[in-house]
Design a protein around this ligand. Structure first.
Ligand code: SF4
Ligand code: SF4
Length: 419
């Protein structure tokens, strides 16, 4: 059953050819986004930790902010395990990344947990959702934005590139026109030496992904403590996928809790349970993404099956942890009543209670970021959902006794059906 509307779905019309269908077995994800780490379960190193990852002593922690200012150099001990090695519960040897790549620390967010939040976006994700709103967080390595509006075509980047990975200048007005398909960087040739970024005097080339330690992150987050105290807010760890850096994420959340910060973990749940359980221990609320209950459809649009994700959600609900399930509602993927009826039944049938369900309407506001990365995003022409259309599926969740919001505002009280 689909909700009746002029186009058969509840969100509105989708331009022909812009929404891959299951029946047609079209690519699940934009071709450029495939590869890097898609398909790998979150394990230590899966998020592409920095090479200098090393163990550090974490004994006698105090306030991480003051620690960061006055501490002796980090102890370097055993080298981090190789990528892909799964730490098993009971392992004596622990490895912790000293720094991870952060794409942004966003202050005063109101849609990612209660109150005012500071969102910390870690770089690296094992999934490749076709609609991803944060494409700069997917790859586990630094990338380059080229902002054509700032580029004056001076050619300095061409001069310094040793890999023949920069296109020769063309007239600025031609490069900046809407129809132009000119891209400054030939990504397939680029080895990310960043010499061109250094050479650019106009800020048209920018590095995405700044290595930061837990202490450096917390020092920034701490600046808004008064706003958290007044609003019930705190830090939300997001990405990318924080669980792709399990030891780092666990340590960051633990230190944040030690400072008295409220913590949310925004996760896709694609992680070995033994590791995931340890990470969520230090999160006050888990914002858990749920995309689709059908494993094949899920794989088609995200690059991975949902079996581990559903299993982890079930196990997590048994722990009594506060869970906010977040469902991005995507045209021609999970926008039918059948999908939401199934999801509502699944969530209502979990062993533990789900605190609320947030329905998040698709939007294409991220299309500039795709452009800056040199990516031709195939969903860019699809219009943003009018949230009003999500009232219909929201009712399905309410009828199952699940409190629901549309948009996920942390200041909004989620409501279930009365009576
Ligand atoms: S150096 Fe900067 S401004 Fe000059 S052509 Fe390269 S990207 Fe454009
Ligand atoms: S990062 Fe290095 S290899 Fe890549 S385009 Fe710039 S100068 Fe060339």
């Amino acid at each position: 059953m689909q909700i009746s509307s002029p186009c058969g779905n509840f969100y509105g019309a989708v331009p022909a050819g812009h929404a891959p269908s299951v029946a047609g077995k079209e690519p699940a994800v934009s071709p450029h986004l495939e590869g890097a780490s898609a398909g790998g379960l979150c394990t230590p190193g899966a998020g592409g930790g920095l090479p200098e990852a090393a163990e550090r002593s974490d004994a006698r922690r105090g306030n991480p902010v003051s620690e960061a200012r006055g501490r002796a150099p980090l102890q370097r001990g055993r080298i981090a395990k190789r990528q892909g090695h799964v730490v098993r519960p009971g392992d004596q040897e622990k490895t912790v990344q000293e720094k991870v790549l952060v794409t942004d620390i966003q202050r005063f967010s109101v849609n990612d947990g209660p109150g005012f939040r500071t969102n910390v976006y870690l770089k690296g994700c094992p999934m490749r959702c076709a609609w991803c709103h944060n494409p700069e967080t997917l790859a586990p390595y630094p990338e380059i934005y080229w902002k054509k509006r700032l580029c004056v075509q001076c050619g300095k980047c061409l001069d310094v590139c040793r890999r023949n990975a920069v296109e020769p200048p063309i007239p600025p007005e031609a490069a900046q026109s809407e129809e132009s398909n000119y891209h400054k960087i030939i990504r397939s040739r680029c080895d990310r030496c960043m010499l061109c970024v250094e050479a650019c005097l106009y800020d048209a080339l920018q590095i995405v992904g700044k290595p930061m330690s837990a202490e450096e992150i917390l020092e920034e987050v701490w600046q808004d403590k008064p706003f958290y105290d007044n609003s019930g807010g705190g830090m939300t760890l997001s990405g990318g996928e924080p669980a792709a850096h399990p030891e780092f994420t666990q340590r960051l959340l633990r230190q944040a809790k030690g400072m008295g910060l409220h913590t949310c973990l925004d996760t896709n749940g694609f992680c070995e349970w033994g590791i995931f359980r340890e990470i969520v221990r230090h999160a006050d609320i888990v914002l858990y993404d749920l995309k689709h209950l059908d494993p094949e459809f899920h794989r088609l649009k995200t690059g991975v099956s949902n079996e581990i994700i559903l299993k982890n959600l079930t196990l997590l609900s048994e722990t009594g942890k506060e869970i906010w399930v977040r469902i991005p509602v995507i045209p021609d993927f999970n926008d039918s009543l059948d999908v939401h009826t199934g999801a509502a039944e699944f969530l209502a049938g979990l062993p533990g209670r789900i605190a609320r369900v947030d329905l998040l309407p698709f939007h294409n506001w991220c299309q500039d970021k795709y452009g800056w990365l040199g990516v031709d995003w195939h969903l860019r022409e699809i219009e943003a959902f009018d949230p009003i259309f999500l009232e219909i599926p929201a009712e399905i969740y309410r009828e199952k006794g699940l409190p629901v919001t549309i948009g996920g505002s942390g200041f909004e009280k989620a409501e279930a059906a009365v009576g």
